[in-house]
Design a protein around this ligand. Structure first.
Ligand SMILES: Cc1cc2nc3c(=O)[nH]c(=O)nc-3n(C[C@H](O)[C@H](O)[C@H](O)COP(=O)(O)O)c2cc1C
Length: 172
């Protein structure tokens, strides 16, 4: 990688994975990247649930129509928000905090030669409830995003998405 910013352009949603486990050291690095995200008042309301059990991954794959890739993935990281004890804006911004952590992890996975895809959970009630049952997550803890992660068959292409009409300067 010549330029550090290329990492952002290399990330893309990966939905098919090579059948090989993710290196435990790499899992730790990816989690560390999640925990290095910014959060409101530095509140860090996130928790992470690492899933490698095939049966649990397959159970998750059936929760939503577009989650089928979970049954193929060697692992997934479930991003949770535990808001116990959080008040005011440290509580209200949990979705932004957890989203920042999720994106950091996708970028770290890309940097390490893996790929993943963002599966949005919160605020969908039914998937949250099903995930609580599968993983014995307490009612007060919110499942926010799930990230299946694995090695791609081919190296990622660098993509640059340019939509200049979405950019405004000074005034809308
Ligand atoms: C909130 C959110 C929810 C998403 N949910 C799904 C999903 O359920 N299934 C899926 O395959 N991709 C999902 N994606 C991935 C998007 O489809 C993907 O990011 C988008 O098509 C752009 O492609 P790219 O990630 O390769 O740039 C989701 C992304 C976000 C941000």
């Amino acid at each position: 990688m010549n330029n550090k910013v290329d990492l952002l352009f290399e990330r893309h949603s990966l939905r098919r994975y090579r059948q090989e486990p993710v290196d435990p050291q790499d899992i730790q690095t990816i989690l560390q990247a999640g925990m290095s995200a910014p959060s409101a008042h530095n509140s860090q309301p996130w928790e992470f649930l690492v899933v490698q059990d095939k049966e649990r991954l397959s159970a998750c794959a059936g929760i939503r129509k577009f989650w089928g890739m979970l049954s193929d993935a060697p692992m997934a990281i479930l991003v949770l928000a535990n808001l116990e004890g959080y008040k005011g804006s440290a509580r209200e911004f949990f979705l932004q905090d957890c989203s920042a952590a999720a994106e950091n992890m996708l970028l770290a996975a890309t940097a390490l030669g893996y790929g993943g895809v963002w599966l949005g959970i919160y605020p969908l009630e039914e998937p949250q409830q099903q995930l609580r049952e599968i993983f014995q997550i307490p009612e007060a803890v919110l499942p926010v995003v799930m990230l299946p992660i694995g090695r791609p068959e081919t190296p990622p292409e660098v993509k640059r998405r340019s939509t200049p009409e979405k950019i405004h300067y000074e005034l809308y």
